[in-house]
Design a protein around this ligand. Sequence first.
Ligand code: BG6
Length: 479
Amino acid sequence: MDHKHNDAFPNNFLWGSASAAYQIEGGWNEEGKGPSVWDHFTRIPGNTFKGTNGDVAVDHYHHYKEDVALMAEMGLKAYRFSIAWSRIFPDGNGALNEQGIQFYERLIDELLGHEIEPIVTLYHWDLPQALQDQYGGWESRQIIEDFNRYCVTLFERFKDKVKYWVTLNEQNVFIRLGYEEAKHPPGVTDRKRMYEANHIANLANAKAIASFREIVPDGKIGPSFAYGPAYPYSNDPGDVLAAENAEEYLNGWWLDVYCDGEYPKTIWKYLEQRGLSPTLEEGDTALLKSGKPDFLGVNYYQTGTFAESPLNDVFQSSKENHDGKKGQFKESGIAGLFKRKRNNTLETTDWDWEIDPIGLRIGLRRITSRYRLPVMVTENGLGAFDKLEKNNVVQDDYRIDYIRQHIEQLQAAITDGVDLIGYCTWSFTDLLSWLNGYQKRYGFIYVDRDETDEKDLRRVKKKSFDWYRTVIATNGGNL
Ligand code: BG6
């Protein structure tokens, strides 16, 4: 659809950038913080690229004032960050650690002092290890109460300072990688357990939102979903059906529950026939329906392209590209539902992620049509090898191109009728990529460290820093 003119970005549009506690903070055991499942998981040899962990990360815990000053210099309107649950409750559900909460209070005050809107993510994957040990974390319904208590503590403490909140970051990723593919903690490969844990996470999400309504009636809250819209590989109806299957199985399975409080019928039936559907207890559906979000957070990196897959299809377990050497894509899928193909119309990053700005517009439109909710893009960005040149220069024109093309599609989506409230790039500073070490960089700010050497953790503005500053200053007028 070509428009005669594009609408301008709204005046109060939240031009932002994002991060997550484990990936930036460091200070892993400071000021009373308890260990998280990631502190534990990264210590097991072979789990992460070159054994990297977030013990120091980019030491934001001690550099937060400098980092916020850089955000202010850039003119950032919003900054999305996550709170580490085990800083607030070191053992997950026992005594409150006042020092931990004070760190975030200082950060929030620093942001507000520079007129930067804080967007707080309550859970970005770093579950207190104590809860994993006590009752198996997301596999026990006890977590619904414990997560609620943690969230309510933060709502009450920060309700006058923080308007925008994100509940769970990418539930579809941490549950699938944690319980199906064993690439994230707790390292399980069991689909029945995955669907049970996922259902419990849905209930925890809904309960936290329902509590929020009582405590922060004028605030806005929603989950952030890793949305990869599904495309058919060809116009063969078998491929089109496979793409429908993928859209429901990989996206609707979460989005329908968040937005409507119900699972999609087709996938429910598919899982039920195989003994995989989760246990629905009395009151679950009512709870899910009571926790509808104000907006949907969308983390967008790529689309997926799907072809028909017969029931006797066999897939090798996919080798993932964690070293940035292009060309490691392998077909994966679920026999009888879909198989994922390379989309040869699209370029890829060095980590084989397909680059598809129009896919962002398509995704935002699907959400708008199906759920009629406002959307905030809570993550979008390019992981790339950056080179620190002499005189503190990083020429990341490829990142500028990537973000520009995505912002153009945002504007087209707004013109299509999407109610878009903000855009957070991933990420503000360079940070630890969970499974890919420090060499897969996303930031506007280069942080001088690598996998083996923490160096001086110096902050260096990349070329994209000045470019995004102009985008914000012109409210998207000058791309
Ligand atoms: C999202 C996560 O999945 O993608 C981020 O919310 C993550 O935490 C980002 O860093 C990029 O993924 P990766 O694997 O390149 O670090």
